[in-house]
Structure formats: C-alpha cells, structure tokens
Design a protein around this ligand. Structure first.
Ligand code: NAI
Ligand code: MG
Length: 493
C-alpha cells in the first residue's frame, strides 16, 4: 500500500513542517489504516503560496480551455485505470459498501470528463457582447478564473466531493488548495498522485490533509485565497463564512439538510419503499441530501410502515468489502455515538421505534447500526428537525396536500425534497412549492453531474455541478470601449 505521511505542495511530496501525523481508521474494525501527514498553518501557507504563484505567474490560467481539458481528461483516465483500487481504499477509509464506492469513483472520473468538456466550451465563448442602450459604447462580459481556490471537504463522499470542487476549479483556470477530511484523507492524496502523473503543472493542485482547526481554519483565513468552497456541517460552514468575511472572499457552501419526502396514497407501495430505502440507507444515511423526513398520506401510512420495516430488516449489514453488503459501518466513533444519542432522544421524545435502533447481532466490532425507522415522530421533536446523518428515517402521516407542503417546508434547511404520486400534475405542482434546491419526483437521491446542486436557507450558498459549478470559479469582467467619433465633451467643450 502507498504511504500517506507527506503533503502534496507545489508538485512535490513534502513532510509537514511540524512533522505531525494523525491516524485514519477503518470503521469496520476500528483498525488504523495509515498515519497521515498533518498539515498546520505553516504548510497551509506554503500550499497557498504555491497555488498563488501558479496562478499569478504560471501557465495554467493562460492555457486554452482545450489545453486544460486534455489534462482533466488524463486525470479522469487515471482515476478509471485505478477505479477498483480507489474504490477499495474508499471503503476501508469511509466504511461504505464497495458497489457504492465503485459508483462514487466512476462519478469522480465522470466529473473530470464533464468539466473537461466545459473547459473546451469556454474557448470562443469566454467573451459575450452586451447590447448597450447607449450606442456610443461597446461592451463585452468576459469570464476569467477567480484565482486561488481553497476547498474544504467532508468525509461522506471523499473522492467525489474532491472532484466536485477540483474539476470545475481547474477547468476554469483556477489553482487549488484542497483540505480533505481528517476522517477520510486517503483518496484525496491518491488524486494528487494521479494529477501529478497526468501532467498537471506544479502548484496548480495542492493537497494538505489535517485537522479542521489546525489546517482548515488557516486555509479559510489565509489572505492569499480568493475563493473558498466548503461542504460539511452548518456550524463549520458558519465559521468558514466568518473567516471569509474579513477579506471578502468569494464563498460557496454546501451544508446540512433534513430533506422531506412526501408520498401520496396513490403511490405504488413497493416503489415508495424502494426510494425511501435509497433515500436514507445509501451511504449509511451519511448523505447531506438524505430524505430523512418521510410524510405519508394517511390511507397508505400503516401498510407502508409495515412494508418499510420488513424491507429495512432484510438489508445485509457488514464490512463494505464483503459481497452482498448494502449497509456498512458509520464513519467513526464520534458519528456512531452521535447517531445512537439521536435514537435515544427520539425514544424519549415519544417517537415510535418501528425497527432497528441498535447494533446488529453478531457484529461486535466496528461502528455498525441497524437500519432504523421511527414512526409518529412529533413535529416539534429534535429528531424530526435536526440532521442525524445516519441510517435513521423519521415518518409522519398527513391528510392534505397543503398540510404536507407546509410540514415539508417547515425546516431551517432546504437542500433536497422529494414527492411521489401517480398523478404527475400533483407532483409537478408540489415540486414547485418546495423551498429546496434539489427536488426529486417519483425517486430520491439520484445525482447528475450536469444538473445544479445546492441548498436554500441554511443548507448553503451557491450551486455546484453543471455549468453552475464552473461559474463558482469564474469572475465576470466588463470591458467597455468608447466607440464614438464625437469627443466626450463634458469638461472640454
Ligand atoms: P465538519 O463540517 O466539521 O467537517 C467538514 C470539513 O471541515 C472537514 O474537512 C474538517 O476538517 C473541516 N473543518 C472543521 N473545522 C473547521 C474549521 N474551524 N475551519 C475550517 N475547516 C474546518 O463536519 P464533521 O465534524 O466531520 O461532522 C459533523 C457533522 O456534520 C456530521 O455529524 C453531520 O451532521 C454534518 N456533516 C454534513 C456533511 C454534508 O455533506 N452536509 C458532511 C459531513 C458532515
Ligand atoms: Mg477513516
């Protein structure tokens, strides 16, 4: 196995200035996988300076889109060439089942390919003429890279989240300092190796694992950063925003959620249950957009709960590398304890535990939890309102469409929302009433690199993916030319 005790700064593998390391563990058995280089403020400063130099003096922002695209496509190919190995590494570091990790790594490569395509499209479309009312002037709007981007990412989709930030940033012509989560830093370091082999110039991508306060905070505060892109919890997002406020850094934030799923009584019960399972048990429910609040129309409520509990209990739990496993361990002890506490709290608050809630029988080590379903969850309870970030779904009945929409929107979050009914007009109508950035009809969670991703309200600011993701890393410059034969004639007549 590769070693991970060095940082990738300015195209070199270097030991951290203070020589520190931290352990990353395999959550299936709590064993240590690797000792990882721990960046501190000095290393962050070196990484930002390298990225700054690569942006201000280097070739990368000055290449054509097609030239940058060629490198991005080689990165995509590098990821694909090692897809199986990377997926297995992701399983060990994060816990997720292998088929899900393979899906993630495939999407990661796809994200680099997609932004290669957008980089090519920038050529010839970088400048757009603007129709001015005053015909004495000509104006163009020109897109330019925003500069040095700092990317701070979470542990739930480690390599995929790296690609959602690094690929559009590189496509735009930005340079990047990437700080992966200290819980899952390994595939980000592999991405550095792949980018290096793909011929990405030195300093264009720097990868600096480390702890939040020691490495994330100095990155967020560094005056050499032009743009900060963050995915993670609301409290950390708020801290990042405050750090960015001092220098008026451009920010985009993708934060938590408590996404509703409204299911009307005419829905096919098997389809409804399938999408509920996919919406909350994929990735152990450690998904920002997980549909964790399910609202079911009264007539379907009892039969649906019965079927949901039956199907949830059939899910094979175990080490993500084992054949047939569909639910792996949670990412670490802290997250495990947090979810167990949420379950205890739900019981105290009077929600009815329909199934799960405990460590599965026979799995004595590792952070395993049964798929958990709560019904009749009080609307003012903690578990109905707060992000649990685990395999725990809360279900409530509703009677009318208006009631369902009101309950769905009664949240400080607004990331995802889903609706199911055979009546498509109703789905389309409800979809437009949701106050959320991502709305699914007759499904929940499928995610597409081409489509905008991000939240309303406290779920974030800005949109990733698609052309919106590229725009995150572009400034817009107005260039206006005085084009008249007549003198301006204000002071000098
Ligand atoms: P977090 O938001 O604290 O961590 C995300 C990233 O921010 C990591 O790379 C971390 O090192 C970094 N970070 C932490 N403190 C920082 C600081 N002061 N300045 C700059 N960067 C900092 O999330 P954490 O602690 O891993 O998980 C806590 C909870 O957050 C979870 O239980 C879950 O509810 C939520 N979460 C939400 C995610 C989402 O996708 N919306 C992803 C991960 C966690
Ligand atoms: Mg780990």
């Amino acid at each position: 196995m590769n070693t991970y005790d060095q940082l990738y700064i300015d195209g070199q593998w270097v030991s951290p200035a203070k020589g520190g390391t931290f352990e990353t563990i395999d959550p299936s058995d709590e064993s240590v996988i690797a000792r990882v280089a721990a960046a501190t403020a000095e290393d962050i400063d070196a990484a930002v300076k390298a990225a700054r130099h690569a942006f201000d003096e280097g070739s990368w922002p000055r290449l054509s889109g097609a030239e940058r695209a060629a490198v991005l496509r080689r990165i995509a190919q590098g990821i694909r060439d090692r897809q199986d190995e990377l997926a297995r590494l992701e399983v060990r570091d994060n816990g997720k089942p292998l088929p899900e990790a393979l899906w993630d790594i495939g999407d990661t490569a796809g994200c680099f390919d997609f932004y290669a395509g957008l980089a090519e499209k920038l050529d010839g479309n970088q400048e757009q003429e603007i129709e001015l009312a005053d015909e004495r002037f000509n104006s163009v709007a020109r897109k330019e890279p925003v500069g040095v981007a700092g990317a701070i990412i979470p542990w739930n989709f480690p390599m995929l989240m790296a690609s959602w930030k690094v690929a559009p940033a590189l496509a735009a012509g930005c340079t990047v300092v990437l700080k992966p989560s200290e819980l899952t830093p390994l595939t980000a370091l592999e991405l550095a190796r792949i980018a290096d082999e793909a011929g990405l110039p030195a300093g264009v991508l720097n990868v600096v694992p480390g702890l939040g306060p020691d490495a994330g905070a100095p990155l967020a505060e560094h005056p050499g950063i032009d743009k900060l892109a963050f995915t993670g919890s609301v409290p950390t997002g708020s801290r990042i925003m405050q750090a960015a406020a001092r220098d008026i850094k451009n920010i985009s934030l993708e934060l938590g959620g408590k996404s509703p799923f409204v299911i009307f009584a005419d829905s096919d019960i098997a389809a409804a249950v399938e999408w509920i399972l996919f919406g909350i048990f994929w990735n152990q429910g450690e998904v920002c957009s997980a549909t964790s609040r399910v609202l079911v129309q009264r007539e379907l409520y009892e039969p649906l709960l019965k079927r949901l509990a039956e199907e949830a209990q059939k899910i094979t739990i175990g080490n993500g590398l084992e054949e047939g496993v569909l639910l792996g361990p949670l990412v670490n002890r802290t997250q495990y304890d947090k979810v167990l506490q949420a379950i205890a709290r739900g019981r105290e608050e009077g929600a009815q535990l329909v199934c799960g809630g405990d460590r599965p029988a026979g799995l004595h080590k590792g952070f395993y939890l049964q798929p958990t379903v709560f019904a009749d969850v009080p609307e003012d309870s903690w578990i109905w309102n707060e992000e649990i970030f685990g395999p725990v779904v809360c279900v409530r009945p509703f009677d009318s469409e208006d009631e369902a929409v009101r309950a769905a929107n009664a949240s400080r979050f607004g990331l995802g929302a889903a609706v199911m009914s055979r009546v498509l007009e109703r789905c389309e109508r409800v979809a437009r009433k949701f106050r959320a950035g991502i709305v699914w009809i007759n499904c929940s969670q499928p995610t597409f690199t081409e489509a905008p991703w991000g939240g309303y309200k406290q779920s974030g600011i800005g949109r990733e993916l698609g052309e919106w993701g590229l725009n995150n890393y572009l400034e817009t410059k107005q260039i206006t030319r005085y084009d008249s034969d007549q003198p301006w004639g204000w002071y000098i007549k």
